[in-house]
Design a protein around this ligand. Structure first.
Ligand code: HEM
Length: 417
C-alpha cells in the first residue's frame, strides 16, 4: 500500500531515504496520517529490508522501555541498503542488558544534573564566547548561523568534556560531519561511497583517540577520556575497543544533535517572533523554551529496534526478527499527548516530549544538551531586535539526524541591558 499517495507535498516520501529529508524536511502531514490511520505500519516499498514504522508516542515509550523484546544490538538505524546497517562498531547505544546496564552505570554519574551544575560555568563561558564573537561585529549583520554558532558550540563543549586539546577541536568537527553526514553528497569523499567515507573518518578518529588514551593513562586528568581509559566493569578493565567506542559515541551523539536543536531552535524563533518576545520579556521561561525547542525540532529522526519474539501491537503481529523504526518527531506531535501539537509554544506545560528518547537508552547527554541550549539562547535572545532569514535553509541528507546545513540570517541588535 502506498500510504503517501494523498499526502500533499510528501507523495512518494520514503521514511528512511536521506535525500527526501534534505529536499522536503520532516514529513509531518505523513506522520499525522500514519498516527491516525496506520500507527503500526509495515513499510515495504523501499529497496531494503521491510520494517514497522512506529509513530505513536505511547508505542515508542513501550518499545523503548522493553529492551528484552525489542533489542538495539542488531541494528541502530534503518538503511535502504541493509548492508550499511552494521557500519558502526557496537557502542553503548547499541548494547542490550545486562552489558548495557553495567556500562551505563559505570559512567552515568558523570552526566547527572549535579555534575552539570559543576560544569555550568564552563559551558556558559564557551557559549558566551561564541555568541559574543558574532554579536561584537556591529548592530546589524548577516551570517550563516550554523557555521557561526550552532556547529562550533557542541564541538567545543564535547571536546572540552573529553579532554581533547583545543588545537584538535577542528578534527572532531570534520570526523562528525563525515560519520553522521556520510549520506550527504557534500561530506562524501571524492570517489568514495557513504560507507567508505564514514569508515575512513572512524578509522582516523580511532587512531587519534588511541594516542590520547595512552597520554591520559600517563597523565590522568578530570575528563571523560581519562575516565574511559580507566573504566572497570565488575572489577575488570573494559577491553580497549570499548574505550574507543565510548569516545566515538560521545563525539558522534553529542554533536549533530545539539547543533540541529540549536539551528532548528533559532529557525523556530525566526518563524514565531511572538515566542521570542515572550522569552525576552520573561527570561524565566528559558528552561521551558528549551524543552519546547527539543520537542519542536526532534533532532533524531529515528532509531531502530529488532523484535526478539512475536509481539501483538495495535492488532498487528510483529514477528521475531522484524525490524522497527521509532520516529521521534512523530511522537512529539502526537495529538493524544500534546495540546495543539503543531504550535511552537515556549511556555508549553506539561511538555513530556521524548526528543531525548525514553527508557533503557534515554539520552546520556540530555543535561549537557539542555545546558548548551539554555546558555546559547540566554546570551543571544536578549540582544535581537529583529531577525529574519537572509536566504534559503539547506538541510542534511540524513534519515537519522534532521540536520540544518546552513541557516542564513539577517539581524538587528538592541543595546545590551
Ligand atoms: C539536543 C540534543 C540531543 C538529542 C535530541 C539526543 C537524542 C538522543 C536519543 C533520542 C537517544 C536515545 C537512543 C535510543 O533510545 O536508542 C540518545 C541516546 C544517547 N545520547 Fe543523546 N541526544 C542529544 C545530545 C547528546 C549529547 C550532548 C550527548 C553527549 C554528551 C549525547 C549522548 C548520548 C548517548 C551516549 C546516548 C546513548 C545512551 C544509551 O545507550 O544508554 N546526546 N540521545
Amino acid at each position: 500500500m502506498d500510504v503517501t499517495h494523498d499526502v500533499a507535498g510528501f507523495e512518494g516520501f520514503n521514511l528512511i531515504e536521506p535525500s527526501d529529508y534534505a529536499e522536503r524536511g520532516y514529513p509531518h502531514p505523513l506522520f499525522t496520517k500514519l498516527r491516525q490511520q496506520h500507527p503500526v505500519f509495515r513499510w515495504e516499498r523501499t529497496e531494503g529490508l521491510p520494517f514497522w514504522a512506529i509513530t505513536k508516542y505511547e508505542d515508542i515509550m513501550a518499545i523503548s522501555k522493553d529492551p528484552t523484546r525489542f533489542i538495539s544490538e542488531r541494528r541502530l538505524v534503518l538503511q535502504n541498503r541493509p548492508e550499511e546497517e552494521d557500519l558502526f562498531p557496537k557502542t553503548l547505544i547499541q548494547m542490550d542488558p545486562p552489558k548495557h546496564t553495567d556500562y551505563r552505570k559505570a559512567m552515568s554519574r558523570r552526566f547527572t544534573p549535579g555534575k552539570m551544575r559543576h560544569l555550568h560555568q564552563d559551558i556558559e563561558k564557551i557559549a558566551g564566547e561564541i555568541v559574543d564573537g558574532l554579536l561584537s561585529r556591529g548592530r546589524e549583520g548577516e551570517c550563516d548561523f550554523v557555521h557561526e554558532v550552532s556547529a562550533p558550540l557542541p564541538i567545543a563543549v564535547i571536546a572540552w568534556m573529553l579532554g581533547v586539546p583545543k588545537a584538535d577541536w577542528r578534527l572532531l568537527f570534520d570526523w562528525t560531519n563525515r560519520t553522521i553526514g556520510a549520506t550527504d553528497p557534500e561530506f562524501q569523499q571524492p570517489g568514495k561511497t557513504s560507507q567508505e567515507t564514514a569508515l575512513e573518518a572512524m578509522t582516523e578518529l580511532f587512531t587519534y583517540f588511541t594516542d590520547l588514551v595512552a597520554e591520559k593513562r600517563r597523565n590522568p586528568c578530570d575528563d571523560l577520556v581519562t575516565a574511559f581509559a580507566h573504566m572497570e566493569v565488575n572489577g575488570e578493565r573494559i577491553p580497549e575497543i570499548d574505550v574507543m567506542t565510548w569516545c566515538l559515541i560521545i563525539v558522534v551523539a553529542g554533536n549533530e544533535t545539539t547543533r540541529n536543536a540549536t539551528s532548528g531552535g533559532l529557525l523556530a524563533f525566526v518563524e514565531n517572533p511572538g515566542e521570542m518576545r515572550k522569552v525576552q520579556a520573561n527570561p524565566g521561561l528559558m528552561p521551558s523554551a528549551v524543552e519546547e525547542l527539543v520537542r519542536w525540532t526532534s533532532p533524531i529522526i529515528h532509531f531502530a529496534r529488532t523484535a526478539t519474539e512475536d509481539v501483538e501491537l495495535r492488532g498487528q503481529t510483529i514477528r521475531k526478527g522484524d525490524a522497527l523504526g521509532i520516529f521521534y518527531p512523530s511522537a512529539n506531535r502526537d495529538e493524544d499527548i500534546f495540546e495543539d501539537p503543531g504550535t511552537f509554544r515556549v511556555d508549553r506545560s506539561p511538555n513530556r516530549h521524548i526528543g531525548f528518547g525514553v527508557g533503557e537508552h534515554y539520552c546520556l547527554g540530555a543535561h549537557v544538551a539542555r545546558l548548551e541550549l539554555e546558555m546559547v539562547f540566554k546570551h543571544l535572545l536578549p540582544r535581537f531586535e529583529e531577525i529574519e532569514l537572509a536566504g534559503p535553509v539547506t538541510r542534511l541528507h540524513s534519515a537519522l539526524v534532521g540536520g540544518v546545513k546552513s541557516l542564513p540570517i539577517r539581524y538587528r541588535l538592541r543595546d545590551p541591558s
